[in-house]
Structure formats: structure tokens, C-alpha cells
Design a protein around this ligand. Structure first.
Ligand code: C2E
Ligand code: CA
Ligand code: CA
Length: 516
């Protein structure tokens, strides 16, 4: 039970992670989508605004060009009507003087219509009057622009009617300085500051996603403000779509974690039963003498095949066996299996050397010596055996020193496995009376590369030579690595370049062959 809860916690996390992930993704995506949409709307408000401004400018230019000394003469009124009727956006064009409209495409205004002072005058001399109430259009407001006495009357509805189907969206157009010309909804002049000198900007301010767009042709800025709730609404809808998938993924992963947890908890019992039902066997990976290519020995590697045919990797069950007090049973089984396999091979090669992996626990357990003695009674000679111990196994326990010494007294050899990956320490190599070191695959892999650790392989080789230890390189996969190792005085190698681990029968057959 003690080992159960980490898996439960992990299972809950794994269940929630896709849910949290899709919630976050839905929010991010929706925010981006609202920004994009606000930007597109501001752009289309700009298209409309520029079309209106373009017509107003063209109309004014035409009237100004007529240069009539009597601006309100009938001929000029006809021209004004022609211009107004010919435009799609302008309500009227006319002539203004001293803030009064004297005449327009609607006729002579007698008395003149007062326009009041302009709210805005720009550098081109354009005067703007916004939200103007004219007697001609009671109850409505109008926008009037005057340049060189030429007046253009516009309807703000040209802008305020945009997106009429979305009443909670603020939309409008302002001058380059941020003075509202026409718009719908609450407009804040301070939004203008966020634009700076840029041509467009989108941001969140006071509960709205706001997008501003500057005109490249006119003194105009358009803006659109969408309530931030739109992001949440969109995100919730998206999340609702993602949730079933996220839950499904989460549930599957969670089940996998729980299943794995259960398997881990049950594994010790399963290992016991596998020992009982003889599901373990050994494979042998040849150890090759680099100078001659001869197979001088082999490392015994344990294999576990379940009744359903599936294989369980030693990386998986060895640690579990170590944690649950089962490793001595397993090591004992390895020695028994070796005792059965060895005679066929020793009959062909009496000096053949078998390497056996012992665990940290075996190295502090006096029974190990008894097991090894029993092995010698089966026909193996001490010289046929090398015990592999990892650096960790040797370093961490005082008692290991004693067992290793006894192993050597029996006449077996001791090799330090995975050398260089543990607490590499020169002193212990002398203290522990070791015969060989196995250079870990990690260092062999760096041979011929530019990796910083590439030098470490050479250091280990030099150290081994200085202490007169046999060197075995592990995991040799290329001829380049083999050449380098041979040239630098490494005597033995093991790796897929030569052979993978194989059953005892195959090893015996191949030892009888020509090459080995
Ligand atoms: P190890 O003792 O370092 O064994 C060498 C591992 O490297 C083996 O994996 C072997 O198949 C693999 N190998 C050999 N040559 C190459 C190569 O050229 N390239 C690559 N990529 N790999 C190569 P395996 O058999 O899966 O064993 C894994 C580990 O399990 C062993 O590492 C050892 O720590 C442990 N183990 C295996 N059998 C026993 C055993 O009987 N008792 C104990 N205590 N541990 C064992
Ligand atoms: Ca080994
Ligand atoms: Ca190793």
C-alpha cells in the first residue's frame, strides 16, 4: 500500500493535465481570435471611412476648382447639386463663410445656417464640426467639414450603422489626434495614446479588446472595441468541444499509470512465481579479444519470458527485485542456470570465461560466497568466472570489500561494471583488488566525436593501464571505435559490432565455427 499513493497522485495529474492544457489553449486561442477579429473590423471601418473622406475631398476640390466669384449664384448651386447627387456618401455640399452655411446643394439658405465654431482644425486647413444639430435635420446630428469655404455635410450613420447586428461592439472613427468624428458606444480618447506612431495596435483595456487602425491617406484613425466577455464566450465554446477529447486522453493516460502502478506493486509476487515456473534463462554476449578477434568469454545476461511470450527487460525487473529482497534469489538462479549451460561450452573451450552480474545486495550477503562455492562443484573452475560489480555496489558498502576479497581468494576475477558512470575514484581501485574494468558504453559512444567527454575514454584507458587492470570496452558498435580502442591498448571488447547476446546453444555452435 505504501507505494500506491504516488501512482494515484500521478494518475490524477495525468488525468487533469490534458483538461488544464486544453482550457489554457482554448483561452489563448480565443484571445488571439478576438484580437484578430477586432483588427479586421477596424480595417473594414477604415475602408468605409476612407471611401467617405475620398468623396468629400474630391467634391471639395471640384467646387474649389470652379472658382466662381459668386459662390451662391444659380450656376454654382447647379454644380453643387450635381456633385451631391453624383456621390454615394455625401448628404450635401455647399458654401460657408464666418461659421455660417450660405448656400448648398439644397439651395440658398436665407437666413444662413449657423454652424458654430469648428471643434477641430487640422494642418491642411480642414475645419471639422461633429455632432452638429442642423435645423434642416431635426433630431439628427451631422458632421460638417469645411475647407477653403467649401462645406461637405456627412451622416455619422455611415459609420455607426456598421456591425449593427452586434450592438455591444464599440465602433467609430476619430481624427489623428483622437477626437471622435463619428461612432457608436463609449469611446475613450486615451486609446489613441496606445497607437503611438504605429499604423495599428490591439490591446485589452477596461474590459474591452480594442483595435486601432491609422489611415495612410487621411488624418483618420478607426477603432473597434469588443467586450472581453467575447473571449470567455468563445473560449468556453471551444473548451466544451475539446473537453471530451481531453478527458479521453486523460483517462487513458491515467489508466495506464494506474495499471503500471499495479503491475509494479504486483511485480515482486510475479517474480516469485516466475522463479517457481522457470521463466528465466540466460543469454550470452561474447567478449572479444581485440587483437585476434577471438571470443574469449561471454557476459551472462538474464532474460525473462512470460508465459504469454512477452519479454520483460532486466532494466525493469532487476531494480524491483533489488528493492524487494528478491535479488539474491535471482542471482542464485543465474548461477544455477550458468552451471547448466557452461559444460557444453567448456567442453570446446576449457579456458572460456563467463562474466556474471552481481547486485549491490549480493556483495554484502555472505551467502553469495556459498552460492559461488557450490557453482565450483559443478565443473566450472574459478578461472572460468568473472564477477561484475558496479561502482556503486562496491563503493557504498564497507562489507562489499570483504566479499570481493573472498571472491578473489576463491580464484575468481572481479571486474568493475559501467566504469566511469558512478563515483569514479582511483583509491578504491587499489583498495578493492580489482582485476578488470569495463568501460561504459557512454564513453565508447563518444569515441571519434567532438563531445567534451570524448577525452574521458582515453583517461580511463590510461588509468587502467597505470593500475595494470584488464580493460573491456562495452557497447562497441563501429569498426572505428574498435580500431581506436585497439590502438590505445584496450585488450577486450563487447558489443553489437561483434555479436548480440545469444542462447547458450547458439554460443556453443558458433564457438565451434571458423572465426571465433
Ligand atoms: P550491463 O551489465 O551493462 O549489460 C550490458 C547491456 O548492454 C546489456 O543489456 C546488453 O544487451 C547491452 N549491449 C551490449 N552491447 C551493446 C551494444 O553494442 N549496443 C547497445 N546499445 N547495447 C549493448 P541488457 O541485457 O538489457 O541488460 C541491461 C542491464 O541489466 C545490464 O547492464 C545489467 O545491469 C542488468 N542485468 C542483466 N542481467 C543481469 C543479471 O543476471 N544480474 C543482475 N544483477 N543484473 C543483470
Ligand atoms: Ca554487466
Ligand atoms: Ca555494463
Amino acid at each position: 500500500m505504501g507505494k500506491h499513493w504516488p501512482y494515484v497522485v500521478l494518475a490524477v495529474l495525468v488525468l487533469l493535465a490534458p483538461v488544464a492544457g486544453s482550457w489554457y489553449a482554448a483561452r489563448q486561442w480565443s484571445q488571439q481570435a478576438e484580437f484578430d477579429q477586432a483588427h479586421l473590423m477596424a480595417l473594414s471601418v477604415m475602408r468605409r471611412s476612407e471611401a467617405v473622406a475620398g468623396q468629400a475631398e474630391a467634391a471639395a476640390n471640384r467646387l474649389i476648382a470652379s472658382r466662381n466669384p459668386q459662390p451662391c449664384a444659380p450656376a454654382n448651386l447647379t454644380l453643387m447639386r450635381e456633385i451631391a447627387m453624383g456621390s454615394s456618401q455625401l448628404l450635401a455640399v455647399g458654401y460657408a463663410e464666418n461659421d455660417r452655411l450660405l448656400c448648398s446643394s439644397l439651395g440658398l439658405h436665407d437666413p444662413p445656417i449657423p454652424l458654430g465654431p469648428p471643434r477641430y482644425v487640422n494642418s491642411l486647413g480642414l475645419e471639422l464640426r461633429t455632432a452638429l444639430r442642423l435645423p434642416l435635420t431635426p433630431g439628427l446630428t451631422r458632421v460638417v467639414g469645411v475647407r477653403k469655404n467649401t462645406a461637405v455635410v456627412l451622416a455619422p450613420e455611415l459609420i455607426t450603422d456598421l456591425y449593427a447586428d452586434k450592438p455591444d461592439i464599440v465602433v467609430g472613427v476619430s481624427t489623428g489626434t483622437g477626437l471622435q468624428i463619428a461612432g457608436r458606444g463609449a469611446f475613450s480618447p486615451r486609446w489613441r495614446n496606445r497607437l503611438g506612431k504605429a499604423s495599428s495596435v490591439s490591446f485589452i483595456d477596461g474590459g474591452s479588446v480594442i483595435s486601432l487602425q491609422r489611415s495612410s491617406r487621411f488624418d483618420l484613425i478607426t477603432y473597434v472595441a469588443v467586450p472581453v466577455q467575447h473571449i470567455a464566450t468563445r473560449a468556453n465554446a471551444l473548451f466544451a468541444n475539446l473537453l471530451p477529447v481531453a478527458l479521453l486522453i486523460g483517462a487513458f493516460s491515467s489508466a495506464a499509470v494506474l495499471w503500471r502502478g499495479r503491475a509494479q506493486r504486483e511485480l515482486p509476487a510475479v517474480i516469485r512465481s516466475a522463479l517457481h515456473h522457470d521463466e528465466f534463462f540466460l543469454t550470452y554476449q561474447p567478449i572479444v579479444e581485440l587483437a585476434t578477434g577471438r571470443w574469449v568469454g561471454a557476459e551472462a545476461l538474464i532474460r525473462w519470458q512470460r508465459p504469454d511470450g512477452s519479454m520483460v527487460r532486466p532494466d525493469v525487473f532487476i531494480p524491483v527485485a533489488e528493492d524487494n529482497g528478491l535479488i539474491s534469489l535471482l542471482s542464485c538462479r543465474v548461477l544455477e542456470l550458468l552451471a547448466k549451460d557452461a559444460p557444453e561450452i567448456l567442453a570446446r573451450r576449457p579456458a572460456f570465461r563467463f562474466s556474471v552480474n552481481l547486485s549491490q545486495h549480493d556483495l554484502t550477503d555472505p551467502q553469495t560466497i556459498d552460492h559461488l562455492r557450490r557453482l565450483l562443484g559443478t565443473g566450472l573452475k574459478p578461472g572460468n568466472l568473472t564477477i561484475e560489480a558496479t561502482e556503486r555496489g562496491v563503493m557504498e558498502k564497507e562489507a562489499a570489500t570483504d566479499i570481493l576479497r573472498q571472491i578473489r581468494v576463491l580464484g575468481m576475477r572481479v571486474a568493475i561494471d559501467d566504469f566511469g558512470t558512478g563515483y569514479a575514484n582511483l583509491a578504491y581501485l587499489q583498495n578493492f583488488e580489482v582485476d578488470a574494468i569495463k568501460i561504459d558504453k557512454a564513453f565508447v559512444d563518444t569515441i571519434g566525436t567532438r563531445a567534451v567527454t570524448a577525452q574521458v575514454a582515453l583517461l580511463i584507458i590510461e588509468m587502467g593501464k597505470a593500475l595494470s587492470l584488464d580493460l573491456v570496452a562495452e557497447g562497441v558498435e563501429t569498426a572505428g571505435q574498435a580500431d581506436f580502442l585497439r590502438d590505445n591498448g584496450v585488450r577486450y571488447a563487447q558489443g553489437w559490432l561483434y555479436a548480440r547476446a545469444m542462447p547458450a546453444g547458439e554460443l556453443a555452435t558458433r564457438l565451434a565455427g571458423p572465426v571465433t
